[in-house]
Write a protein of this length. Structure first.
Ligand SMILES: [Zn+2]
Ligand SMILES: [Zn+2]
Length: 463
């Protein structure tokens, strides 16, 4: 390609052309050699990662058990973030605390020049009462939206923190050989805040970190994260290029009619009947009004509340639900159709509908080129145990980081290999169980992705 471009250039003598050709050849050889050196260096770093992971496994498991026994709800992760900040400082990193309330960011600058990447772990637990009889089972209690609740790491964020702390330890040990900078994001409140109800004006977690400018200095070229997943066997990793997790928007509907005696409904406007019609109308937003051939969407109503007594037609009925999509344009169109459908049905009865949609989480969309590039690293981390993931109906606020820079978020299997997968307690279940043999795989994957990316690999060298 290059040669052809030159040979059609005017005024280049044959001699000059030869010289240029030679110098191009030299440049090419130097390029190949430096690529080989890079590839060798990356392989060397990865060997070191593999060695260190095994050496640190005991500490890794201990760390995860300690965090598991002391779970904290979103925006209350003070003990966990203290643990993280002390650890990162001990490793000699530049550390920022109080990020998006209780988050911690550590910056590790490698001894050689290179790109900046970010690795992310979320730290919060859930208002769930643990049912497993483990020596390190949670007995923690806390306050969730003003109510006392039991707290449990039922989504595996304890493992995310322990994994990323260990990755930080390994990469800090390789600092002199590291070609670039790694930012470690320990994020609060992925599951949402425990101290206020989202109303569309307040913010938390990943979105708040982005708003606070965490990604501005240093600006990462790419961000990586993982999630422990009960639907996969320990040792396995699942990935998906492009849309991977759904957006999640709160839907709140209030139907206002006119209260009256239930024996004389013609005297009022019945919001119970209107809400029933609206509920059925909502079923047509996806099934009749949305093109689902490329990407699915979901509209679900989870609560309906109205009325106080059998013979009173109430004034209002409240419904709440959720809207999920994997595409920004479809999400916008679903919102519009939900408003129109509910509004039109209410109007037909002379009632009033207030529809509030609070956008909570954007869809998590993996950068396709980045995903493809890092697959060999995941194969290396799992000894070839990588599978493709279906779309996941849950949401993740990793989406806000991946909206800023190319991101890759993948799933780490944590269910014991000999267990019937159909019977494994899912994430968020009180019986959620994590096979600790998965932890080293998570460390290998994240640390491997970091050293491979920084070294310009793994696949780039052969391109
Ligand atoms: Zn969760
Ligand atoms: Zn989670």
């Amino acid at each position: 390609m290059r040669e052809q471009g030159l040979s059609i250039g005017q005024g280049i003598s044959v001699m000059a052309k030869h010289k240029l050709r030679n110098s191009l050849l030299v440049a090419l050889l130097v390029g190949v050699a430096s690529h080989m050196a890079f590839a060798e260096e990356a392989a060397g770093l990865k060997d070191e990662v593999a060695r260190q992971v095994l050496a640190l496994e005991g500490k890794l498991i201990e760390r995860r058990r300690d965090i598991h026994a002391h779970p904290e709800l979103g925006n209350q992760e003070t003990r966990t973030s203290q643990l993280v900040a002390d650890h990162l400082r001990h490793l000699g990193m530049e550390v920022r605390t109080g990020v998006a309330r209780t988050g911690v960011v550590g910056i590790l600058r490698g001894g050689r020049s290179g790109p900046v990447i970010a690795l992310r772990a979320d730290m919060d637990a859930l208002p769930v009462k643990e049912t497993l009889d483990l020596p390190f089972a949670s007995k923690a209690k806390s306050t969730y939206l003003g109510k006392e609740v039991d707290v449990m790491h039922a989504c595996g964020h304890d493992s995310h923190v322990a994994i990323l702390m260990t990755v930080a330890e390994i990469l800090a040990g390789l600092r002199d050989r590291l070609p670039g900078t790694v930012a470690f994001y320990f994020q609060p409140a992925e599951e949402g805040p425990s101290d206020f109800v989202p109303d569309g004006r307040n913010t938390w977690g990943a979105k708040m970190m982005v708003q606070e400018g965490v990604m501005n200095e240093p600006r990462p070229e790419a961000i990586f994260g993982l999630h422990s997943w009960a639907g996969l066997q320990a040792g396995q990793i699942a990935y998906r290029p492009g849309p991977t997790l759904a957006s999640s928007d709160d839907l709140r509907i209030r139907i206002t009619g006119k209260q009256t005696h239930a024996g004389r409904p013609w005297d009022g406007i019945d919001p119970i009947v209107v809400s029933a019609q609206a509920l059925l109308g909502l079923q047509t937003v996806i099934s009749r009004q949305t093109d689902i051939t490329e990407t699915p969407s979901v509209v679900s109503i989870g609560t309906i509340n109205g009325g106080t007594r059998y013979n009173i037609i109430p004034e209002t009925v409240d419904m709440t639900g959720t809207i999920r999509s994997y595409d920004y344009e479809i999400r916008r169109s679903v919102h519009e159709r939900v408003r129109r459908t509910v509004g039109g049905i209410a109007e037909s009865a002379g009632a009033k509908a207030e529809v509030t949609i609070v956008e909570k989480y954007d869809p998590t969309i993996n950068d396709e080129a980045l995903t493809e590039r890092m697959l060999p690293t995941l194969q290396w981390a799992t000894d070839g145990n990588v599978v493709r993931s279906p779309l996941v109906g849950a949401a993740e606020d990793f989406s806000f980081f991946a909206k800023e820079v190319p991101g890759f978020f993948f799933f780490l299997g944590i269910t014991p290999r000999d267990q019937d997968m159909a019977k494994a307690a899912p994430n968020h279940n009180p019986g959620f169980f994590l096979d600790e043999s998965a932890l080293v795989v998570g460390v290998r994957a994240l640390a491997g992705v970091a050293v491979d990316y920084l070294s310009g690999g793994p696949q780039q060298a052969s391109r």
